[in-house]
Design a protein around this ligand. Structure first.
Ligand SMILES: [Zn+2]
Length: 392
């Protein structure tokens, strides 16, 4: 079997070749096709390479009907010209680490738990695989991660081999191969045998490390988030910074962070409760004051500025509880909105529902309630004092 594309020999960072064609697609995007290429086109879950051809930026590489298109800003080269290719090696090596790491992680899930991988996504920051499993325990994840890192540590070779369909039978493949010719096997001896056209480092040690970060449920199955190689250090660096900042803010050691955070949250809740109780007490004093000013008269009317309807309700309930013979009309002017609360004590017979029905048309309002307690609000040009006058 002849190799047609030498991007699959993963370590070509630069190469010389000849421009075969320069054209644009139906969208007007210009591209080059080359005699041979080291640029990897999007495929098999691995993103395309970027880089330069004779110093011209290559922004995208796609395989269209067997042709590998290198997209550039415009027609800047000649057909037949010999050009120098240069790929963004940092990006490519990162993808090689993530992609090969995924081979090993997938194989580890099969090896230990007999769980297959159904899909794979290589993102900008993290990588995910979807498992054919509805749940997975932390212990199982730890075991799988341990095996994957063991395979990486053993620095096994990652070999590639071109085989025919008939030769496939000689290998214990993880997954059925879907192509009939130019079959490329990626082999980690005695561990993983896969049909794959992607790019990989030549040994598992170059993956460096693999860290599972998280899991989530995706359409009823488990999705595993992980990173490999340089991304493990990036993650560690970021998390370390967050931890240090948290430690500083909470004046706690890393080990004490969880406990300190819990304590802080508990304190917050206690304070909130205390504040609520203090507020209740204040309202109670306000009621006492109101009643002493009013001399426990039957009708207590007040206009307030900027008070919530909830607070008005509390105030009204406390007032009629203290003065059972009274009825109250409390109005709040809240930025163009006029809100009211009506309440009666247990020894008063005014129908508050009826009174509310009388007020609502005056303020273009909405509201309602029971015979003993009602509320509402509306937008009107009337002031609270105007409204009270209309009711008397
Ligand atoms: Zn692969």
């Amino acid at each position: 079997m002849k190799r047609k594309l030498y991007y699959q020999d993963a370590y070509h960072k630069t190469a010389n070749t000849i421009v075969v064609n320069q054209a644009h697609d139906e969208m007007g995007n210009w591209f080059l096709t080359l005699e041979e290429t080291i640029f990897y086109p999007t495929g098999g879950g691995q993103p395309h390479d970027i880089g330069k051809i004779n110093g011209i930026q290559v922004t995208n590489v796609e395989e269209v009907e067997g042709e590998i298109r290198h997209f550039i800003a415009g027609p800047q080269l000649e057909v037949g010209e010999t050009v120098t290719l240069e790929i963004d090696w940092e990006r490519r090596f990162d993808f090689m680490q993530q992609h090969a790491g995924q081979h090993i992680l997938t194989a580890s899930f099969v090896e230990l738990l007999d769980i297959q991988t159904t899909s794979f996504h290589l993102g900008k920051e993290i990588v995910t695989i979807d498992l054919d499993a509805t749940k997975i325990s932390d212990d199982q994840l730890n075991e799988v991660e341990k095996l994957a890192n063991q395979i990486i540590l053993e620095n096994r070779s990652i070999e590639t081999k071109w085989v025919t369909r008939e030769q496939l039978e000689d290998y214990p493949l993880r997954k059925q191969v879907t192509v009939d010719e130019d079959i490329r096997l990626v082999i980690i001896p005695e561990f993983d045998y896969n049909g794959c056209g992607g790019t990989h480092p030549s040994s598992t040690g170059q993956i460096g490390a693999l860290k599972i970060l998280d899991t989530e449920m995706q359409k009823g199955n488990v999705r595993v988030h992980f990173v490999c190689g340089g991304r493990v250090l990036e993650q560690l660096h970021r998390k370390q910074k967050t931890m240090q900042e948290m430690s500083r803010l909470l004046s706690a050691s890393e080990e004490g962070l969880v406990q300190s955070t819990k304590k802080l949250l508990d304190n917050g809740k206690k304070l909130e409760k205390m504040l609520e109780e203090t507020h209740e007490q204040l309202l109670y004093f306000e009621v006492k004051n109101l009643l002493s000013e009013n001399g426990f008269e039957l009708s207590i009317e007040r206009v307030f500025q900027q008070r919530s309807i909830q607070e008005l309700q509390k105030l009204a309930r406390l007032t009629v509880a203290e003065a059972p013979k009274s009825r109250v009309i409390f109005i709040a002017e809240n930025e163009g909105l006029l809100q009211f609360v009506l309440a009666r004590g247990s020894e008063n017979e005014t129908n508050m529902k009826q009174l509310a029905a009388q007020i609502l048309p005056l303020i273009n309002g909405k509201g309602g309630g029971s015979e003993s307690f009602a509320q509402g609000g509306g937008t009107t040009d009337l002031s609270g004092a105007d409204l009270l006058k209309k009711l008397c």
